[in-house]
Design a protein around this ligand. Structure first.
Ligand code: BT5
Length: 330
């Protein structure tokens, strides 16, 4: 949302304001004010106009305008991401990559539905209408080797955002946001219970040896969708707490992500706090080998330390499975 549109929205939020007054206050023409009012209406904002002026009614439920409106609520944030919304798209990561190639930065692509959502290693990611399928395009001042930190930052941001909507989520290395199964919650605490996947992250990037050119952080959250239609082992916010205000949640998520990218040193401590992997028996498939042991720690830029009993391994990437004692020997 451009600055003038935002200022017009602010002006009509708390009661009627006349076109000429707004124009004077913002130092723009009356036509410019009228154009912005029309653009806001097109974005779904209900704006009444009578003798006293314009007044904001209903805010659109979801979409670029709704997210920008709620992002305003974040202190000190000056609209950190330009939000683009699609009702349906193949993959928000693909679209964000296209934007990157066009030279854009600090953009967020959002869709109600993806027809070709992707997980890691070209796995499919189910993305029915009602979810939060979002990709943020960043140009961080980082060497590529440190980019994995952004996956962890996205996981922390997701956990914080869903917590604000009533769901207590844990982080599984490297890219999952999980919720303890209700029936298994107690066992889970003991490290042996069931957890279901609420959200996943797919980070892609391009860069030279010493500098990242762009990073696309794709975040998929099963929000207002029926868990039964998702792959086995998945859960949704609808299942956990009922439907949520997605626009508010996306704004929370982008706000948290923006704060964490500004303070990279906070990412690992925050991730550790919410980790459900540390302290657990794990099996990690790296593609070349299978490493089994206890996850003992995480270090920059997101490397997992695993005590195999025969020595400590540092694992940079892979698929991680939390083991129950009976499964260890499999
Ligand atoms: C991930 O991969 O978890 C990364 C998911 C990233 C999705 C976002 S949505 C916005 C952006 N645009 C995209 O196209 N992608 C990103 P991975 O760890 O590889 O997990 C993939 C596996 O999770 C699949 O093989 C399924 O088993 C399972 N899965 C698929 N859809 C799921 C869903 N909606 N919820 C939970 N699990 C799912």
């Amino acid at each position: 949302m451009n600055d003038t549109r935002r200022a017009v929205l602010d002006a009509i939020e708390d009661g009627p304001a006349s076109g000429p007054d707004i124009a004077d206050r913002l130092g723009v023409s009356r036509t410019a004010v009228w154009n912005e009012i029309e653009a806001l209406r097109e974005e779904g904002f209900a704006i009444e106009s009578d003798g006293e002026g314009y007044e904001l009614g209903e805010v659109p439920e979801y979409g670029a305008g709704a997210v920008a409106y709620h992002l305003d609520g974040f202190d000190d944030l000056d609209n950190p991401f330009a939000v683009e919304y699609h009702e349906t798209i193949e993959s928000t990561n693909e679209r964000a990559r296209d934007l990157a190639r066009e030279g854009a930065s600090d953009a967020a692509v959002l869709a109600d539905e993806q027809t070709g959502g992707r997980g890691r290693l070209d796995r499919a990611w189910d993305s029915p209408p009602g979810g939060i399928w979002m990709s943020a395009l960043l140009r961080p001042d980082l060497p590529p080797a440190r980019a994995p930190l952004l996956t962890l930052a996205a996981a922390v941001a997701t956990a914080r955002a869903v917590r604000a909507h009533g769901v207590d989520a844990g982080l599984k290395w490297p890219n999952d946001v999980l919720v303890a199964d209700e029936a298994g919650a107690e066992r889970s605490h003991a490290g042996t219970g069931t957890e279901r996947k609420l959200a996943g992250i797919l980070t892609e990037m391009e860069g030279e040896t010493d500098e990242v050119s762009w990073v696309v952080v794709g975040i998929g959250i099963n929000a207002n969708v029926d868990a039964g239609t998702l792959p086995e082992g998945a859960t949704s916010l609808r299942k956990q707490v009922g439907d949520v205000d997605r626009a508010r949640l996306v704004a929370d998520l982008l706000g948290e992500l923006d704060a964490l990218r500004a303070e990279p040193s906070e990412v690992l401590p925050a991730w550790r706090d919410r980790s459900v992997t540390l302290g657990r028996r794990v099996r990690i498939e790296t593609g070349e080998e299978s490493i089994v042991g206890e996850a003992t720690g995480i270090e920059p830029p997101g490397t997992l330390r695993v005590d195999t009993g025969g020595g400590e391994r540092r694992v940079h990437a892979g698929d991680c499975e939390h083991l129950r004692p009976a499964e260890e020997e499999r």
